[in-house]
Design a protein around this ligand. Sequence first.
Ligand code: GLV
Ligand code: MN
Ligand code: MN
Length: 410
Amino acid sequence: MESTVQINSKRLWDSLMDMAKIGATSKGGVCRLALTDLDRQGRDLFVKWCREAGCSVRVDRMGNIFARRAGSEPARPPIATGSHLDSQPTGGRFDGVYGVLAGLEVIRALNDADHPTQAPIEVVVWTNEEGSRFAPAMVASGVFAGVFDLEYGLSRADLNGTTMAQELARIGYAGDDPVGKRSLGAFFELHIEQGPILEAERQTIGVVTGAQGQRWYEIRLTGQEAHAGPTPMSRRRDALVGASRIVNEVNRIGLAHPPYACATVGLLNVSPNSRNTIPGEVFFTVDFRHPEDGVLAQMDRELRAFAPATANELGLALDLQQIWHSPAVAFDAACVSSVRRAAEQLGLSHMNIISGAGHDACYISRVAPTGMIFIPCENGISHNEIESASREDVAAGARVLLAAILDRAD
Ligand code: GLV
Ligand code: MN
Ligand code: MN
């Protein structure tokens, strides 16, 4: 099959670099936050490329985009692939967009070879995978999979109170299709690993067997604003002192469950954030991850024990909400085998791996047979403007994706 259908690695690379111009940052990365004007430009470019490749394009009410190459048996559910075009505020050129444009390259390669497939092939762009502007992450694939209802998805708001519904309408991607009322024959997501394992093990392909669980929290501590000079230390109710203790505890919890636990405070807003006023209020987030749901539950218990005790000791009011729980995921055995077989047939080094990051594939795995493919990224760095991957690995991942899709499409 590889002798007739060939991935054009230069075309794939050039498409990635062209897309990276939309929201390009001075440090070589990308800032293309979900449902901003830049996200719209990225979506428009993708849709244009798909139409040029002969695809029909549909958009659902969450703004998920489905670009379809017809199959010879149109009644068969499509074999789908894809990822996301939104990025972190200081994101890279590969996170998400690689899986989308590699899917497009599969379609372009099938067109070049005039190769029909029985099942249609679809490339999907899932809205707001990152969860950076609108929490939680993977919200639109979650609505597709029935994890969240549509109203919940559309009402997610950014820190300014602007909702996804408002922004979808504004940028012209509030589609008409119902969300999730369609079956997928299989879903494959190709992604950079975003961690250091494949590179350290000198393996080209990660055969992703599952993904770790996540819990996200929002915490608000309220004390009292007061003058930094006349207020004695003994009379203060300093919300930032409480937050700093909890930040340290979050880090301790991560360290206490080695080797897999991850625990992060990535967002913290101090109010009023004035150098000579004692902070009256602090809002911050916690991100806990572990491949075993039992350990994740233990981490949750530790946070819930520590935070109220600390608030109480410091005279602070505490509001602690778990806003998201995505349990650990095991991918479909047959899809995992398709990925492994593809790597073997292509003579690419490969190993099993569990995803540390969340991906739309995690939710899609609830409604369709799903697998993922990883390639290494330089120094394991992602969610950073310096994120990088080699041209060879980018091409190798796309070849595995093509083979895995063809394995399921005929
Ligand atoms: C998505 O990028 C996540 O894993 O947080
Ligand atoms: Mn991603
Ligand atoms: Mn990401």
